[in-house]
Design a protein around this ligand. Structure first.
Ligand SMILES: [Zn+2]
Length: 291
């Protein structure tokens, strides 16, 4: 599979700590670099908001854990992070999406396979953080999406236990893992950064607090707009990735395998896909295209 980096850019956070000016509230990520759809305003026609079009998705935890965190702990906290978004009170119900825990997986890679099974994985990086800007990224969420429609195809969350002390305690808090996960699950769902410093989706987290665990009204307004309650899928919806679910990385899967039963295609085959990266603390975005 031909995959190459096409564009890599880093957004510096000139917005950090500025809350006095007119602040932009919740935002959605879109198919266009650096273009967010904010405050309910639609983006330009050519920029589609990202979202799970079936509104039904699976997630998995990498089985090895790391940095003093075992996989079971990461799994239970990831479920709580999804619950924070899933149970948001929209006034007329909860956000209209279903997220299913598909269990722990062996694959530790952040990857999307066009011709094999996939898993949307949460993985702890305890030995060497594999991305640039070491020391600035507490976590990184990589989303893969259809550039024509904005349909999310894959999302992987990497936790930086190499450079940060990720804690689970309510009292002795360094970088609170549940806070970090709640923010990253927001990216997983299609949320971008908010300029409101009290929002869970604010781009900067300095640690020492568990406040990001609970959503701010701004986060709630965003997720209720992205996944309106009226559009909720059935709890029995198919959460499997487009090419099927696999707990194994691409190289460990049989040639041409699509693993377990694949999710039904939601639209015509697309001509390419793009990977975007969003992270906590520093806003970064990276795109890869494959044709
Ligand atoms: Zn972020």
């Amino acid at each position: 599979m031909a995959t190459r980096p096409l564009v890599t850019l880093v957004l510096t956070l000139s917005l950090v700590g500025t809350t006095t000016r007119s602040a932009r509230a919740y935002c959605f990520t879109t198919t266009c670099d650096e273009v967010l759809a904010c405050d309910g305003e639609p983006p330009p026609d050519e920029c589609k908001p990202l979202g799970w079009r079936g509104r039904c998705m699976g997630f998995s935890i990498q089985e090895d854990g790391g940095g003093g965190l075992d996989a079971d702990t990461v799994e239970s906290l990831t479920e709580l992070a999804f619950d924070a978004w899933r149970l948001a009170d929209c006034g007329n119900g909860n956000p209209g999406f279903v997220a299913v825990n598909l269990g722990q997986v062996g694959c530790e890679k952040n990857q999307y396979n066009k011709d094999a099974g996939n898993a949307n994985v949460v993985v702890v990086r305890a030995k060497k953080w594999p991305h640039p800007d070491t020391g600035h990224n507490i976590a990184l969420t990589t989303t893969t999406y259809d550039p024509d429609t904005g349909a999310l195809l894959d999302a992987d969350i990497e936790l930086n236990a190499d450079n940060y002390g990720l804690t689970v305690s309510d009292e002795s808090v360094d970088y609170d893992l549940l806070s970090v996960l709640t923010h990253e699950v927001g990216h997983f769902l299609g949320m971008g950064h908010s300029d409101l410093s009290e929002a869970t989706m604010f781009a900067v987290y300095e640690g020492g607090t568990t406040e990001l665990r609970s959503l701010d009204p701004d986060d709630v307004a965003g997720i209720c707009s992205l996944y309106p309650p009226d559009d909720a899928p059935k709890e029995t919806c198919n959460p499997l990735p487009r090419h099927g679910f696999s707990p194994y990385c691409r190289d460990d899967q049989p040639e041409g395998s699509c693993s377990t039963a694949g999710a039904p295609p939601s639209h015509a085959p697309h001509s390419g896909w793009i990977v975007a990266v969003a992270s906590l603390l520093w806003a970064r975005r990276r795109r890869r295209r494959s044709r």
